[in-house]
Ligand binder design. Structure first.
Ligand SMILES: [Zn+2]
Length: 309
């Protein structure tokens, strides 16, 4: 069975009415998995201890967020009002990405039903990201005997600026971001590999650019594991992305990543990443492609995609 990591707290922290963050999509995705009786085993993460955050973040920044003393202007850059529940949710989701990495190393693949906080930098957060789970989990993976180099493949439509800066001086974390060229963040520090795409790039053009670059990244950097941010805000109807990739294109992207990992014997920890629609139920089939693809590639004997969508 495919390991997925999920906690009900992912959809449970206070937000002002009309807030852009798709708070409900996490529980909607879990409900979809349960309703379709997909062959997964669900793991409940524990909140990460705040001390663990200083492996990659400024201790003063960590302390200010934990104690609720971060200046309002810095909270505004993150985009959430501070609350104890928000902190607990963040620490639990960080524990979740770390657990997903552990499961992936054990089992070859695992999926986290949240994660992808790639706009969190060393001493500030932005774009709904407090702490950078991708770099933190990569740093954790490197403590494993079998992992000397991690490749972070960031397919969220927004460039992974925080990930790029946090891993800039590290040879053991390689960063690859494929994103919309004219979109948030306006300043895009260099990843090891950046693949900027024009607005309205369609599925075929996306896949023709992305798949060979992924193969090249693996060949060139020889990672021992991949952390995959499978953001679906590349979708044509996403409200914060400006690409024109279809649901089928998302499925093909996810399949391409998993096939590459399997072919190269690379464990893969995947997080669902971004995806923004006022009607949050519309996001569920898009994020579910990640689960279906993982099942099809790694558990083909268990896999049969429901055909009623
Ligand atoms: Zn995004």
């Amino acid at each position: 069975m495919l390991s997925v990591v999920y906690h009900p707290i992912y959809s449970d922290f206070p937000l002002p009415d009309g807030h852009r963050y798709p708070l409900q999509k996490y529980q909607l995705l879990k409900a979809y998995i349960d309703e379709h009786a997909l062959p997964v085993v669900s793991h409940l993460p524990k909140p990460l201890h705040p001390d663990a955050l200083t492996a990659i973040h400024d201790p003063d920044y960590v302390n200010a967020l934990i104690t609720g003393t971060l200046p309002l202007v810095k909270m505004r850059r993150i985009g959430f009002p501070w609350s104890a529940a928000l902190l607990q949710r963040s620490l639990t989701s960080l524990g979740g990405t770390v657990l997903t990495v552990d499961k992936a190393i054990e089992e070859g693949v695992a999926i986290h039903l949240t994660g992808g906080y790639h706009h969190a930098h060393y001493d500030f957060g932005s774009g709904f990201c407090l702490f950078n789970d991708l770099v933190l989990a990569a740093d954790h993976a490197l403590k494993s005997e079998d992992v000397d180099k991690v490749l972070i493949v960031d397919c969220d439509v927004h460039q992974g600026d925080g990930t790029a800066t946090l891993a800039a001086d590290r040879d053991d974390i390689v960063t690859f971001s494929v994103h919309c060229e004219k979109n948030f963040p306006s300043r895009k520090p260099d990843s090891d590999i950046d693949l900027p795409l024009e607005r309205r790039t369609n599925s075929d053009t996306y896949l023709d650019a992305f798949v060979p670059t992924l193969e090249l990244a693996i060949a060139q950097h020889q990672p021992d594991m991949i952390i995959y941010d499978a953001g679906v805000d590349i979708h044509e109807e996403d409200e914060l992305g400006y690409l024109s990739v279809s649901q089928q294109g998302i499925a093909e992207r996810d399949m391409a990543v998993f096939h590459a990992c399997k072919r190269h014997h690379l464990p893969v920890a995947a997080v669902i990443g971004g995806g923004y629609r006022t009607e949050q139920t519309a996001l569920v089939p898009l994020h579910a492609e990640l689960i279906h693809s993982a099942l099809a590639v790694f558990y083909p004997h268990l896999s049969e995609k429901p055909n009623n969508e």
